[in-house]
Write a protein that binds this ligand. Structure first.
Ligand code: SF4
Ligand code: SF4
Length: 180
């Protein structure tokens, strides 16, 4: 390598380093920051429009009153990870006479969202909750009643630093801290 090439390469590295010293950070320091979709919306499927709604693909949310127990979500997931098992829930459910609902094993789920796409009854969604780590594997198995409740609020110190993901042509993907 010629000395001039070496020098030119070296200067480029230094220039790039200096430029990034003054640029706003593009990456987020997890878990100090959490990305939330904008606007807040659950990931779901609109069959009439044949499209997904905006939203992150985190922990599911099940509407027990809408779920018919059709098993489409389970059948779909069987071809992917086998995370869904239908289980019986005690009680009266006019739209679900057998009272069977999906339970989800987050030790298996790959968060592909295809079960949500398969649900033509608007009963299954995904929330922005991605922090699901547990020390005990059994705790990753969520029953229908558990996934029918919205995720608990995050601790204030984490919530205060939630960030919104912005995509723009000039800077690419970056984030801004949310005010609320
Ligand atoms: S969540 Fe949807 S796809 Fe799954 S059983 Fe209920 S209605 Fe069927
Ligand atoms: S998101 Fe999870 S539960 Fe749903 S189909 Fe994909 S792997 Fe199965």
């Amino acid at each position: 390598m010629k000395a001039s090439e070496f020098l030119s390469g070296f200067l480029k590295v230094v220039e790039s380093g200096l430029r990034h010293l003054v640029r706003k950070r593009m990456t987020l320091r997890y878990p100090e920051f959490l990305v939330v979709p904008a606007p807040d919306e659950l990931f779901g499927f609109k069959p009439g429009e044949a499209r997904d709604t905006n939203g992150l693909r985190g922990r599911h949310l099940l509407d027990l009153d809408r779920c018919t127990g059709c098993r489409l979500c389970e059948i779909t997931c069987n071809g992917i990870s086998g995370a869904i098992t239908m289980v019986k829930v005690e009680g009266q459910f006019p739209r679900n006479k057998r009272g069977i609902f999906p339970s989800i094993d987050y030790g298996r789920c790959v968060f592909c969202g295809l079960c949500v796409d398969a649900c033509i009854f608007d009963a299954l969604f995904m929330t922005d909750r991605e922090e699901l780590a547990e020390y005990d594997r059994a705790a990753l198995l969520y029953g229908p009643e558990e996934i029918s409740k919205p995720p608990k609020e995050l601790p204030v110190k984490i919530r205060a630093k939630r960030a919104e993901l912005i995509l723009d042509e000039r800077r690419g993907a970056h984030h801004v801290q949310r005010k609320n």
